[in-house]
Write a protein that binds this ligand. Structure first.
Ligand code: 5GP
Ligand code: MG
Length: 474
């Protein structure tokens, strides 16, 4: 099994007038849902960067003697999501290296499209790599640019010109902290004010929970430097469009976060309402697939007038079934995780709502459980349009043959799932719910048109990363 680098992860950074370590830990706990495989922090003190990173949950990794010893007013942090690959401690982030001008640390959320070609190019001129991660490529390119007298912002720009794909980065160069969002703004990154300084975080909910204030999103292509007193912005001059990942709103982010001006809960609820309008059905109850389908189901129930009920008890302590390597293990996992609540289900016509179908494992198993518990009819309603193409930008959806919707009609999907009916939203519905045209979103997993050049795939006809590179190099 190969270790898949990058992917969906979460990042935070802080520049404070007091020790940042406890706040970094709290912030990482807020975005724990973005990655449960590994966690880490890197902090600056006495001209050095020290780090603590490992496999495990945030509260497990950030504890013990080393955690108690490490301190610094400037720091960055990371939570890591890995797929079925190994969770190697060595691949934990932030990555820390020493450069000509001092210690440097990087945390990365996203996936680069050109990481293999870049690694090959660099290996051919004599560079050696310790890991297979995109993040190592980024930090090595950066360190190569950082020399005495070179403006770090210029160095970061030069690195950005060599990257194709999705990257929200937190970078610490000695005690200077930068946030970087790729020119299309695939994944979120925001600026916030905290009690003792300023911070950066993947999701705005961090600032609520740390009793700070959300300031604004980092713009696509923008570099931001944060200080205890404020922040400085270095926007891009180029006029590239955005390609915000729509799946952040549909599945990945916390419902209480606001991404690029749109609250996640609100988007999910609207998708549920649209589903109810466009695909009504006579039924006794609406139930969510916990927890990912909850807001969508609330929207469906509100719009349709059908009562919302909890149809399942979810065991929170069972590991993620989505990433288990074998189909039989995934099905077993769903069975262990979810058990129907008999009084909601027996003898009822049910609308079951989830955020998305990828392989169909979850829903097939769920429908089976509902039927066994005596459901009369099961109608499936899905917040995300059919996923038919792989994601190269950080979502754990890799190959076409794993998608249930790739070569099946809607009726065939219903048959496979053993549902009485299956209905999805459309890309138009996603535009409506998010309140942004698809031209400003990345919907590549839904229509196979990629916002940047991906070898062997169709690139959508509009400003791309290439034009960003041309513009800003002039
Ligand atoms: P399926 O069972 O169809 O393969 O996957 C769909 C289910 O997995 C949905 O309930 C959805 O919430 C969840 N899901 C969708 N994408 C991802 C992902 O990238 N990672 C994880 N862990 N779960 C996902
Ligand atoms: Mg789910």
């Amino acid at each position: 099994m190969v270790d898949m680098p990058g992917h969906y992860c979460g990042v935070v950074a802080m520049a404070l007038t007091s020790d940042a370590v406890p706040s970094l830990k709290r912030a990482l706990r807020v975005i724990q849902h973005r990655g449960q495989e590994g966690a880490g922090i890197a902090v600056y003190k006495d001209n050095k960067i020290q780090s603590l990173a490992n496999v495990g949950l945030v509260h497990e990794v950030l504890s013990g003697q080393r955690y108690n010893e490490i301190e610094g007013n400037y720091g960055i942090g990371h939570v890591r999501y890995s797929t079925t690959g190994r969770s190697v401690a060595q691949n934990s982030q932030p990555i820390v290296v020493t450069s000509a001008i001092g210690d440097v640390a990087v945390g990365h959320n996203g996936d680069l499209v050109n990481s293999e070609s870049t690694r090959e190019r660099l290996q051919n001129i004599g560079w050696a790599f310790l890991t297979t991660t995109d993040s190592e490529i980024i930090i090595r390119l950066l360190v190569n640019e950082l020399k005495e007298g070179v403006d770090p912002v210029k160095a970061i720009r030069n690195v950005m010109h060599q990257l194709n794909g999705a990257y929200s980065l937190v970078i610490m160069i000695k005690n200077r902290i930068f946030g970087v969002r790729d020119p299309l703004g695939f994944h979120p990154l925001s600026i916030g004010k905290l009690d003792k300084g300023y911070g950066l975080a993947s999701e705005s909910a961090v600032y609520d929970i740390l009793q700070g204030q959300f300031v604004r999103d980092v713009e696509p292509g923008e570099i931001v430097e944060i200080f205890p007193e404020g922040y400085t912005s270095y926007p891009t001059n180029s006029k590239v469009n955005s390609a915000h990942c729509m799946f952040e709103w549909i599945y990945f982010a916390r419902p209480d976060s606001v991404l690029d001006g749109r609250e996640v809960y609100d988007v999910r609820k609207k998708l549920g309402m649209i589903l109810a309008r466009e695909h009504p059905v006579k039924a006794d109850v609406v139930i969510p697939v916990p927890d990912s389908g909850r807001a969508h189901a609330i929207g469906y129930a509100a719009e349709s007038g059908i009562p919302y009920e909890e149809g399942f008890m979810k065991n929170r302590y069972v590991e993620r079934t989505f990433i288990l390597p074998e189909q039989s293990l995934r099905e077993e996992g769903v069975g262990l995780k979810l058990n129907p609540i008999k009084s909601t289900v027996a003898g009822k016509s049910i609308v079951v709502v989830d955020d998305s179908i990828v392989r169909g494992t979850t829903l097939r198993k769920i429908i089976n459980l509902l039927r066994k518990a005596g459901a009369k009819e099961v109608h499936v309603r899905i917040g995300c349009p059919p996923v038919i193409a792989p994601c190269y930008y950080g979502v754990d959806m890799r190959t076409r043959d794993q998608f249930i919707a790739t070569n099946r009609s809607i009726d065939e999907i219903a048959e496979y799932l053993t549902a009485d009916s299956v209905k999805y939203t459309t890309i138009r519905d996603v535009e409506e719910a998010i309140g942004m045209p698809a031209s400003k979103l990345c919907v590549a997993c839904l229509n196979g048109e990629y916002p940047t050049n991906v070898p062997g795939e169709k690139c959508r006809k509009q400003p791309t990363l290439d034009s960003f590179e041309e513009d800003s190099q002039q």
